[in-house]
Design a protein around this ligand. Structure first.
Ligand SMILES: Nc1ncnc2c1ncn2[C@@H]1O[C@H](COP(=O)(O)OP(=O)(O)O)[C@@H](O)[C@H]1O
Ligand SMILES: CC(=O)N[C@@H](CCC(=O)OP(=O)(O)O)C(=O)O
Length: 248
């Protein structure tokens, strides 16, 4: 059976990719791994909304997205973040394909809580066969947006999107590439983190902001069959491995 690796690249990380990253992707591709990249774009969205004097408001790391913010989110993800990433991968001779929810119903979603978050969604369905067909010959680069059954665009946290894709496509590994070397506690990178530890560190505000949905997404991944989930800033560094609860 073909093995799949899902890599989520945060918006900040898109501008920090180095030769090691591209070498590793090329190596996995040569080894016949299928590779799906889900990209973020938080800083690009912030830049656009700030330029247009819209407030940036987040709840538990999720952007509150009204209609105007949604329009800018689509612009930033599909007009800035995705082409910036595609251009770098193409320059490294990697066979990439930029994708979004509207390509043949790739990603379907539903609102999480319109009152609290506006047009923010979670993934409820993926076009499995289409995606696997595309990944047979390309490295897919997918934006974190979804469409509802009635055609409403939704803003989806990219870590959450990557997790659902990793679960549903039975990925072997989920890499969440970000701008920090892993989960930091007392100034050190934690080499591993269990769901119980994570809940405690969220409660005590050690894990805050965008790291919250990231950790929750990684936990959901390993609890639903993804064998390995790591949070790191470099593809060749172990970062923080999310592990199942340790029995005591
Ligand atoms: N305990 C923690 N360890 C590391 N980073 C943390 C922690 N708590 C909060 N963060 C913040 O989470 C950020 C990563 O989340 P986010 O900005 O959403 O990244 P990305 O764009 O890659 O998804 C870090 O830059 C850091 O500011
Ligand atoms: C609902 C929600 O918060 N969506 C994210 C989507 C982009 C993203 O996740 O980008 P990063 O990976 O760079 O943080 C947002 O609007 O910022």
């Amino acid at each position: 059976m073909t093995k799949l690796i899902v890599i989520k690249i945060g918006g900040q990380a898109i501008s920090q990719l180095n030769a090691t990253f591209f070498d590793q992707i090329a190596q996995w591709y040569r080894q016949h791994y299928q590779i799906l990249i889900v990209h973020g774009g938080g800083p690009m969205i912030n830049r656009l909304t700030t330029q247009l004097a819209l407030p940036v408001h987040k709840v538990n790391g999720l952007r509150v997205t009204d209609a105007a913010t949604l329009a800018l989110t689509k612009l930033a993800l599909l007009g800035d973040a995705q082409p910036a990433l595609l251009a770098q991968l193409t320059q490294h001779q990697l066979p990439v394909l930029g994708l979004n929810a509207a390509d043949n119903q790739l990603l379907t979603g539903e609102l999480i809580d319109y009152q609290q978050l506006g047009y923010v969604g979670r993934l409820t369905g993926i076009n499995h066969s289409q995606l696997m067909q595309l990944l047979a010959h390309h490295i897919g680069v997918l934006a974190p947006l979804a469409l509802t059954k009635t055609g409403q665009w939704l803003n989806v946290n990219a870590d959450m999107a990557a997790t659902v894709l990793a679960q549903q496509l039975h990925a072997e590994k989920l890499v969440l590439l970000t701008d920090v070397p892993g989960i930091m506690h007392h100034g050190n990178v934690m080499t591993s983190l269990s769901p119980q530890q994570a809940q405690r560190l969220i409660r005590t505000a050690v894990i805050t902001a965008g790291m919250q949905p990231k950790v929750q997404a990684a936990i959901a991944a390993i609890q639903t069959g993804v064998r390995q989930a790591v949070i790191t800033n470099a593809i060749d560094q172990p970062g923080t491995a999310i592990i199942q609860e340790v029995a005591v």
